[in-house]
Write a protein that binds this ligand. Structure first.
Ligand code: GUN
Length: 283
């Protein structure tokens, strides 16, 4: 079975659209997301465009802070401070990566935790680790949403995550752990990745390199979640998993495109809506 992320994302966005309309009716306030993009990295430009389209579709207003030719770290920190202090802004989307030489940790920490709609602030990551998450990073949250939509049981399952990024791998491992999976987190220094993947009931791959997982590495009857988005020499998008080989063995698998990708955007909408609700006292 192919797990249809587009469908699940549309469902989430429908719920957010309804919620945003109700919030506006109750408070007169439109949830507003400030969008910060530094530089001209083409993938980031695509992501920002998609996120802005989604905002428009669900009724979230956006405020652009786009700096194609860059901005100093000091000025970026000043901008973030101003957005933190502005009650009309409910969420701050700082598209990563930042410019070379910038201190990502320092900049991410400057965002007020309540406006951190990506869930990257240490306070929000800490809450996730503590087991009482407030804002969950969008991509791992989207993975859980797909699994829940299709009723995929996690309790007691062997879950293997490849990739330990702050954006995906680490938070996803914790979300799966919170659902009582037995979690193995593999990464670039793992000695024998195939040893782990072959016993995975749930395999989630977030490396950012095509064909990291081939069909022979997939356990028969498992669930495969492909978080990768890679552009091939032919210009086509592919995931981190060889789809043909893996889908012959897996019971369920996410495609690329149309799998996890749309979920990241949908969960950003949800996080922004929920952040606005909390700030407007409409919990
Ligand atoms: N860069 C790659 N993925 C993401 C994401 O989910 N959020 C942000 N802000 N930047 C990213």
């Amino acid at each position: 079975m192919v797990l249809n992320g587009k469908l699940v994302a549309a469902k989430v966005q429908d719920e957010v659209r309804t919620g945003v309309a109700q919030l506006r009716a109750a408070t007169g306030v439109t949830p507003t997301l400030a969008v910060i993009l530094l530089g001209d990295f083409p993938p980031s430009q695509v992501y920002i465009r998609n996120k802005k389209v989604a905002c428009a579709e669900v009724g979230i207003a956006t405020q652009d802070h786009l700096f194609p030719s860059g901005l100093s770290e000091a000025d970026l920190l000043k901008l973030i401070q101003r957005l933190n202090d502005d009650p009309a802004i409910h969420g701050i989307l700082l598209q990563l990566p930042l410019l070379p030489g910038m201190d990502e940790d320092r900049v991410v920490e400057a965002i007020a935790p309540k406006k951190d709609v990506d869930g990257f602030h240490p306070e929000n990551l800490g809450r996730l680790l503590a087991g009482s998450p407030t804002v969950v990073p969008c991509t791992p949250a989207g993975v859980l949403e797909i699994l829940d939509h299709y009723g995929i049981e996690l309790k007691g399952q062997e879950a293997v995550v490849i990739g330990r990024s702050r954006i995906v791998g680490k938070p996803l491992a914790h979300l799966l752990l919170a659902r009582h999976a037995t979690v193995t987190l593999c990464h670039s220094r793992t000695q024998d990745i195939a040893f782990h993947t072959r016993r995975a009931d749930l395999l989630a791959v977030a490396v950012g390199r095509a064909s990291v997982v081939t069909g022979d590495m997939v356990k028969e009857g498992s669930v495969v979640i492909d978080v990768g988005i890679n552009r091939g020499a032919d210009g086509k998008l592919t995931g981190d998993v060889e789809f043909a080989g893996a889908s012959a063995r897996a019971r369920a698998i996410t495609p690329v495109p149309g799998g996890v990708g749309p979920m990241t955007v949908a969960m950003l909408m949800k996080n922004t809506y929920l952040a606005a609700r909390r700030q407007l006292g409409a919990t």
